[in-house]
Design a protein around this ligand. Sequence first.
Ligand code: F6P
Length: 360
Amino acid sequence: MSAKQRIGILTSGGDAPGLNAGIRAVSRTLINRYDMTVIGIEKGYKGLIENQHRILTANELSGILARGGTILGTSREKPFKDKDWKADSGFGAVDKIKKNYKNLRLDGLIVLGGNGTHTTAHLLAQEGLRIIGMPKTIDNDIVCTDITFGFYTALDVATNAIDRLHSTATSHNRVMIIEVMGHKAGWLTLYSGVAGGGDVIIIPEIPYDISCIAEHLKKRAAGGKEFSIVVVAEGAISITEKDYDKKTLKKIRSKMTGSISYQIAREIEASTGLEPRVTVLGYLQRGGIPCANDRLLATEFGTAAADMAAREDYGKMVALQNNKIVSVPLADVADKIKPVPMDDPMILAAKNVGTCLADN
Ligand code: F6P
């Protein structure tokens, strides 16, 4: 009789709603359908370096579908961060991962994560590990997939926050600025801005022109709308900043007081005389119960990833394209981010309903 296959699973990078639904789907499919053993690696790649793991049992996989966070823990560990990792001669992070993967007698590893996680997965695959990726992030910025799980819950949270700001903004006739996460991509900001009826939406893909924002706010005030909601992506940049190289931009930003929203608030005040208030939504967007869509997506991705492990279809990431679950090579995903394309229907929709996108 051949020994049961052993598959490792880990969650890595910033957490996102739906991770536990994903762990549950992968593990239950591997255990129930394929009679395999599932080893939960703790704290992302860190747990693989430090050899922290446990066998996932049916008991532990019960009651976690609707739970936020990740039962396995996570970290932003990047084993390849040291460019000289090859010279580590058995003591570096990559060597430890390879050693522990072998000692654990893993037949494969399934990683749930974002861009960094998939870049590492690709490099580990080149080092001989059999890896499958599952795209999660509230940022929705992973290439080759139409959507990532975690996005829809964060979208609900951000939209709900904009709704709440609306009532206080109208009571006080104020300009309210809300800063939304998304790293260098504007998906969460654009979609929550449209869903919440933001008057101005500022995304990294469209560098903002303060004179255009000021004109829009003044026009609204002159037309009797003395309040406005400005939805700003944490990665927003101005039309002046777009021409700076990475180093110069970093230097300028390090001298700035507060995040980009506070800078935009200062610029709005200087150019309109209005006094904006800033809300930085932050980690609320990542926490809490996953919405139904994220649970469904994580469950579909998870069962598909388990099927891929069973047929030994490694070196790939599970993805959703045109409503179909597919798999794509990790090589196509590694080291890339997916910005909002200028022909995204939501950009046109925002413009059609009169939203200012801070350009001309
Ligand atoms: O990638 C998810 C995300 O929440 C981004 O939107 C944000 O820029 C980043 O993670 C924050 O990371 P950290 O948890 O390391 O502060």
